[in-house]
Design a protein. Sequence first.
Length: 346
Amino acid sequence: MPLSDAPLVKACGGGLDRALVTVALELAKVLAERGKLPDAQEIEWLQRKAGSPHVWPRTWGAVVEGQLDRKALAKDVVAWLGAHAPRARCGVGSYKGGGKDSLALVMIDPVADLAAIPTQVNTNTWIDVDARLLAGQTEGRVVLLPPTGAPKTILSSVTGSAPHVRAKFLVATAGRHVVQILADDEAGPRPVLEAEVWAALAPPEQPPSSEVPGEAAGDKEKDPATALFLRLDGARKAEKLPSLVRDPTLDKLARAHAEAMRKAKLLGHDVGDGDPASRAAASGKKWKVVGENVAKARTEKAAHRALYASPSHRGNMLETRFTKVGIGVVVDDKTEEMWVTELYGG
């Protein structure tokens, strides 16, 4: 790392993360070549390739013809890190080529760490999962997404004063398996770690295709909430599942929660407005089962991709007990990012 990048690293209180440095170097090169950072799906692929299991990274980049003023950029980075700075683990990468100077940062605010999991195995191999919770959580669970079909919850335990979530699962079929660790925090249960295990196949050398099942169904719809619903419906049809019905009450609740997340600048299931079950119950309707997906993305298509790629979120999308859904999409006026809520009921 160039000495000129040292002030940027200093701003990250959690220090450098080796895997994130690898990712940042790739991002800096992409930024110089394309003029913009890659989408979330490609960044996630770079993370997994580098061995980083953390979810929801934040990325920042700058590129100019000539030479970047890194001292000036250090102030921008401090502002960008904001409240995350004391705990932030970062990767910092630079690239010079074609007359351009680019700089990229990728940051995570760690809430858990994962012991190494093999990325390539033979079928019928047992995999041990050991995740240490770092942010005071006391509950956790493990979800496995097999190469096809819906995800499965794996029997797990939470032990120790510095809690560890432990589980064991059998990789029985060939293909890509995604293991996800969820933990509870003040905003409700959320994914905190993910890892890929490829059985009888080598991990891909190129980023995956962007398109996911159901995605094309909403391409011609201008209203983002309706487009997201059409994509969700398409994903269920791809698995030969019955369509969900848009429910006006759930729509209203979903939009209100999306707005609450935007105001709080926090992605979660409870941002001061109650958890999904309590919000649904307060509406006056009775539900036997309630579930919720939340996301933040540049477009609702990107949100659909991210939700479908996540084992626990895909579980809600393909859950057969759900019969109705509400969709809420709120656009942030400053960042133009979309805060998204899918509230399910059955």
